[in-house]
Write a protein that binds this ligand. Structure first.
Ligand SMILES: [Fe+2]
Length: 260
């Protein structure tokens, strides 16, 4: 068994994880662009490793807090960017670019609700992926991890499964609000979302690593409850809808906008 330890770094609006091996590092999502310096400082000062040990950054989906730092990290470390194989870019075309701006706005909104100041979160909406992966593929250079396609939040979400330690990084598939597992507000494909939950449940993970919380233990009942309560129709996040919800019910909005 490879010796591996997973550490968590608090990012701008998310938690970013590094799988630490004796001679290499795997980043589970890139964080926002403004998180890149913190991630590199963590590698050099806390882990006391050269940044060149960062071999791979996985990008589970294209939202700013998951993909935003990837290209800058590649420039600074030479790491590979690995993400889902997909026919078209998530932020394709004019509507896609508007959606990208909307998601950047939502990132600032969530950051401001968390008391954070404005930082640079801009990134290219069209990600240059070095290696495209599909369901069941190993992560390049980290073959003890398996890629799972878990769409629903967006059309291309990945989760990452480490069978030896029964841990799954589930990105935005599952959130915790007030100690309860909940679905993200944005569900673009409800049917696929349920199937994705079922796929992760079938693996019987002992720990899930959440992008908007920390590690959590999860049981079958938790998965069943999530599947029961998940929306049956697509649910979209637009800045306008989130802000209007905030006016009507700020408490509700504060809980639900944790994930853009
Ligand atoms: Fe997301």
């Amino acid at each position: 068994m490879d010796l591996m330890n997973i550490v968590a770094i608090e990012g701008y609006i998310q938690t970013t994880y590094i799988a630490v091996y004796p001679d290499k590092l795997l980043l589970l999502d890139s964080g926002c662009r403004c998180d890149v310096d913190n991630i590199l400082t963590y590698i050099t000062e806390v882990l006391e490793r050269p940044v060149a040990q960062l071999k791979t950054v996985m990008v589970t989906h294209m939202h700013p807090d998951h993909a935003g730092g990837a290209e800058l990290l590649k420039q600074k470390t030479g790491c590979l960017i690995v993400s889902a194989k997909s026919k078209k870019a998530w932020y394709q075309g004019i509507l896609g670019r508007l959606s990208h701006l909307n998601d950047l706005g939502l990132t600032y909104y969530v950051a401001s609700r968390q008391g954070k100041s404005v930082a640079n979160v801009w990134y290219n909406p069209i990600l240059k992926v070095d290696v495209e992966v599909q369901d069941g593929d190993p992560i390049p250079s980290f073959e003890d991890w398996t890629v799972l396609e878990t769409p629903g939040h967006t059309d291309r979400d990945l989760s990452l499964w480490h069978a030896q330690t029964k841990q799954a990084y589930t990105a935005d598939l599952i959130l915790i609000i007030r100690d309860k597992f909940v679905s993200p507000y944005l569900i673009t494909l409800p049917h696929a979302y349920r199937a994705s939950l079922n796929k992760v449940k079938a693996l019987q993970p002992e720990i899930i690593l959440l992008a908007h919380d920390k590690r959590a233990k999860i049981c079958d009942k938790d998965f069943d409850r999530l599947m029961d309560r998940a929306p049956r129709k697509p649910r979209k996040t637009s800045l306008r809808s989130v802000l209007s919800t905030a006016v009507v019910n700020s408490r509700f909005a504060r809980k639900r906008v944790k994930t853009p």
